[in-house]
Ligand binder design. Structure first.
Ligand SMILES: Cc1ncc(C[n+]2csc(CCOP(=O)(O)OP(=O)(O)O)c2C)c(N)n1
Ligand code: SF4
Ligand SMILES: [Mg+2]
Length: 276
């Protein structure tokens, strides 16, 4: 794991769940046989995105909400890469929600790990789409009146082919989920309960410990059953909710290109002229 450190000491607040996610990612890379240079990470903007400075693999810190389109481009350009997008709840479920919805129906082979702390951490504590109803924050001093979105249910309905949830308080379990997600051929979501010890005093380690339980078995390919489990409220399941095998986007692109009788046109001068 040490080989995957850049040597820059993480600037996260002491006790932040981001430390455990960082360790789980390094541990998962160590558990797989792929060389370190086969990985390409993209990061959103937020406390989670700081990992770009600490993890010593190829990486690109994108714009807020944009780790997925950059990851998609990288995968389409080089299908041999293991592409992993690291994001936040504000990043993927707020600003980047349209990318999140569309990547699921495309089934591009990459893994999205969301540090879901249910708050905008980096901008010092505002409400996000996953904040609990009533959550008081800098932007909602009287408590938010909106219902939180459920990323797991959304992903199951959206067509994702691998949907899992981990907890930063159980890094060994999270590492195993990351291994499964990376090895899955298709789009994999791993949403992670990540306590923000500075700005979220509701969803704490203790709060999660009293609620989480591990799903038994991990081969559900029944979307309706997975959806039912994902909607449990009193207890919060972690583990793999759903997975199925399906053709990836890039496989289908390759087939279309090989079947096309027309050579690919790279000169677009005529096309531009036609608009004059
Ligand atoms: C386009 C754009 N909008 C807004 C911002 C300001 N901004 C930076 S980080 C952030 C929120 C990050 O929250 P989240 O994605 O949950 O990450 P966390 O800090 O909690 O890890 C926002 C709104 C920005 N940098 N760019
Ligand atoms: S503000 Fe929250 S999410 Fe950001 S480093 Fe501190 S504890 Fe972690
Ligand atoms: Mg957040």
């Amino acid at each position: 794991m040490k080989n995957l450190d850049t040597g820059i000491f993480p600037t996260w607040c002491p006790g932040c769940g981001d430390f455990a996610i960082f360790s789980s990612i390094k541990n998962a890379i160590g558990m797989m046989d792929y060389p370190a240079e086969s990985y390409f990470f993209t990061y959103g903007i937020g406390c989670h995105g700081h990992m770009c400075n600490f993890l010593d693999v190829y990486g690109f810190e994108t714009l807020h909400g944009r780790p997925l389109p950059v990851a998609e481009g990288a995968k389409l350009a080089n299908r041999d890469l293991n592409v992993i997008a690291v994001s936040g709840d504000g990043d993927s479920y707020g600003e980047g929600i349209s990318h999140f919805m569309h990547i699921m129906r495309r089934n591009i082979d990459l893994t999205l790990i969301v540090h879901n702390n249910r708050v905008y951490g980096l901008t010092t504590g505002q409400v996000t789409p996953t904040s609990q109803k009533g959550f008081r924050s800098k932007s909602t001093p009287d408590g938010t009146i909106e219902q939180p979105m459920n990323p797991i249910s959304t992903a199951i309905l959206g067509g994702a082919t691998f949907v899992a949830r981990g907890f930063a308080g159980d890094p060994a379990h999270l590492s195993s989920l990351i291994v499964e997600g990376v090895k899955h051929k298709g789009f994999a979501l791993i949403d992670v309960f990540q306590p923000c010890v500075t700005f979220n005093h509701i969803n704490t380690y203790q709060w999660y410990r009293e609620k989480v339980y591990k799903l038994e078995g991990n081969n559900t390919s029944d979307r309706m059953e997975a959806l039912r489990i994902s909607m449990e409220q009193d207890k919060l399941p972690i583990g793999i909710f759903f997975r199925e095998e399906a053709k990836t986007y890039e496989e289908q692109v390759a087939t279309q290109v090989s079947l096309s009788s027309e050579p690919v046109k790279t000169d677009i001068k005529d096309l531009i002229e036609s608009f004059r």
